[in-house]
Design a protein around this ligand. Structure first.
Ligand SMILES: NC(=O)c1ccc[n+]([C@@H]2O[C@H](COP(=O)([O-])OP(=O)(O)OC[C@H]3O[C@@H](n4cnc5c(N)ncnc54)[C@H](OP(=O)(O)O)[C@@H]3O)[C@@H](O)[C@H]2O)c1
Length: 342
């Protein structure tokens, strides 16, 4: 019997590539197809060297291409990118790709890689309305209004609400500043006493595989994923212990955090130069962490039951050799030449 084919939308990115690797390493292994706008780029070619992955070239906003890419697939992992398209397009893409998925004869499982709908969780308080969370969150609401079938010919949907990647500590919004004089690592974050719902990319790949492996369990369900909740103080203490370096947490204002970003005033969605800026977007993102609003939404015992290898912050730091030094992780940042180098 040939193995089940999964289309991974966003498969060349930090999150999607971890899902690709997990699907290829699953037992039995899945066959993997990846949608990419530039599969021939040197970065993609070198990242995928030696991996048995087929590519379809195109954008997730080009629905004819998405329809063609879905042919002969059993499942699709949909991680659209709210940092290239805006919140309206991300909502439209999620809805339209689900509609198309329903008409693909072989397709049985639509997995929507999402983010919690912060706006809805807070009574639609715009203080928590970061655009890159809104688009995905609204698709969650749409899917929850749709039927999910586990029949031989039906389509199952599952939402996987992801956490903030631990890998963002290397090359994302949580990068530490290293003092050139004495090497002190400073996490200058506008987090107060709040908790970040971190999820390692390895854990996210495992959750994705578990979902594709058990259609019955995950039909019409939302898996709220995380590896661990961590405060700023814990970040610094753990790094100091693991890497034997001096590390401190400094609570700063959101403005101070944004001022330190060289691209703070660039558009948050690269295809929309007149849209809101990175600064404006993330000013509506940090409050969710400051107020720990996702803490009640994660059942850590359940997550450990689903994934017995769930990573701790310390375990992740030790596994990847994290010592506070940055490196490029997010494809969008690498392509744009921003953040630490790969
Ligand atoms: N950073 C985090 O902690 C975090 C946590 C949870 C969720 N997310 C969400 O993950 C999404 C970004 O994915 P990522 O973190 O893996 O970032 P990334 O490393 O920058 O990857 C972006 C991915 O999106 C793909 N992409 C962008 N625009 C596309 C388009 N129009 N058509 C087809 N593919 C397109 C890129 O593919 P090509 O360039 O090859 O076309 C690439 O695979 C965002 O929506 C973000 O909100 C991020």
């Amino acid at each position: 019997m040939s193995s089940k084919r999964i289309l991974v939308i966003g498969g060349t990115g930090a999150q999607g590539f971890a899902v690709v690797k997990a699907l290829l390493n699953a037992s039995p292994a899945f066959t993997v197809r990846v949608l990419s706008r530039n599969p021939d780029s040197p970065h993609v070619q070198s990242t995928f060297t030696g991996l048995p992955v087929e590519f379809v070239k195109g954008s997730f906003m080009d629905f004819d291409t998405v329809e063609a890419a879905l042919q002969d697939c059993y499942g699709v992992y949909v991680n659209t990118d709210g940092f290239t398209v805006n919140e309206a397009d991300e909502l439209w893409a999620g809805v339209r790709i689900f509609e198309i998925a329903n008409q693909i004869p072989t397709l049985r499982h639509f997995v929507y890689a999402s983010i919690d709908y912060y706006l809805q969780l807070t009574g639609f308080n715009k203080k928590y309305g970061a655009h890159h969370t809104n688009g995905k969150g609204r698709v969650n609401s749409y899917l929850q209004s749709q039927g999910s079938s586990t029949s031989e010919t039906g389509l199952t949907w599952t939402i996987l609400n992801t956490g903030a990647y631990d890998e963002d500590l290397f090359g994302g919004p949580f990068v530490a500043h290293i003092d050139p004089e004495d090497g002190t690592r400073t996490f200058a974050l506008p987090l107060g006493e709040g908790h970040i719902p971190f999820e390692t990319l390895q854990d996210n790949g495992i959750f994705a595989v578990k979902i594709f492996q058990d259609r019955e369990r995950w039909s019409g369900q939302t898996l709220n994923a995380a590896s661990h909740f961590t405060t700023g103080k814990e970040l610094a203490e753990t790094l100091a212990r693991v890497a034997n370096v001096k590390a401190v947490y400094k609570n700063v204002s959101i403005k101070e955090w944004a001022d330190a970003l060289p691209f703070a005033d660039a558009p948050v969605a690269s295809m929309y130069p007149d849209g809101i800026t990175v600064r404006e977007n993330f000013t509506m993102w940090w409050p969710g962490f400051q107020d720990s609003i996702l803490k009640p939404t994660r059942d850590m015992a359940l997550l450990r039951e689903i994934n017995p290898d769930l990573e701790t912050l310390e375990g992740w730091m030790r596994r990847v050799g994290y010592d506070g030094t940055g490196k490029g992780v997010l494809k969008g940042w690498i392509d744009a030449g921003i953040g630490p180098k790969p």
